[in-house]
Design a protein around this ligand. Structure first.
Ligand code: MN3
Length: 210
């Protein structure tokens, strides 16, 4: 227990099949993400200030964290924030493609949904080893494609993440083994554009956190 908590998944482990298998979801949510949260609660025992600040604010000011635990906080709180976002934006049952002003912003800033998918998949493929590919959003609603190694996140530069995909092998290896490109291609089937549209509106309203 401690100040960091893992929100319930909100859907069944098998809800994203066949694109993401139930066993991967169970291990990814129940062990990988849970471990990041446990590790953060242990860091908070050493450095109690961690428990009093919002996750996105800690990540934006990692230089304020004592150097003895800074790398651990970077990896584990980055992992917590990244996965908390990831489970949300894959929730089943929403819109299957961007709509409305989010669709217009994707066309304006990223060349359209089809081009976004091609370039996002390419960026995910270029991540060497473990990391993430993200679309960031400014308070003005401007979008950009970017990638980070390990559990780093644009939150560490004070930016906001609209959505992202986990390209660590633990996210896809049981089903796709070394074929990351197949995972990236199929992943779009489980992105929930209703949730992502809510995050887009929140970013523009200044209320989006992680
Ligand atoms: Mn992961």
């Amino acid at each position: 227990s401690g100040p960091f908590t893992q929100a319930p998944l909100g859907y069944a482990f098998n809800a994203l099949e066949p694109h993401i298998d139930a066993t991967t979801m169970e291990i990814h949510f129940g062990r990988h993400h849970a471990a990041y949260v446990t590790n953060m609660n242990n860091f908070a025992k050493e450095y109690s200030q961690l428990g009093g600040a919002p996750v996105h604010e800690i990540l934006a000011k990692l230089g304020d964290v004592p150097d003895t635990i800074r790398t651990g906080v970077r990896n584990n709180l980055g992992g917590h924030a990244n996965h908390a976002m990831f489970w949300q934006i894959m929730a089943p049952g929403g819109a299957k493609a961007p709509e409305g002003d989010l669709k217009a912003a994707i066309e304006r800033d990223l060349g359209g949904f089809e081009k976004l998918q091609i370039e996002f998949n390419a960026a995910g493929g270029r991540v060497f080893g473990s990391g993430w590919v993200f679309v960031t959003v400014t308070a003005e609603g401007k979008l950009a494609l970017t990638a980070r190694p390990n559990q780093d996140t644009p939150l560490m530069e004070g930016q906001r993440v609209l959505f992202g995909n986990d390209v660590w092998e633990h996210a896809y290896y049981l089903k796709h083994q070394n074929r990351r490109a197949d995972y990236l291609k199929g992943w779009w089937n489980v992105a929930n554009w209703s949730v992502i549209a809510e995050r887009y509106a929140a970013a523009k309203a200044g209320t989006l956190t992680i």
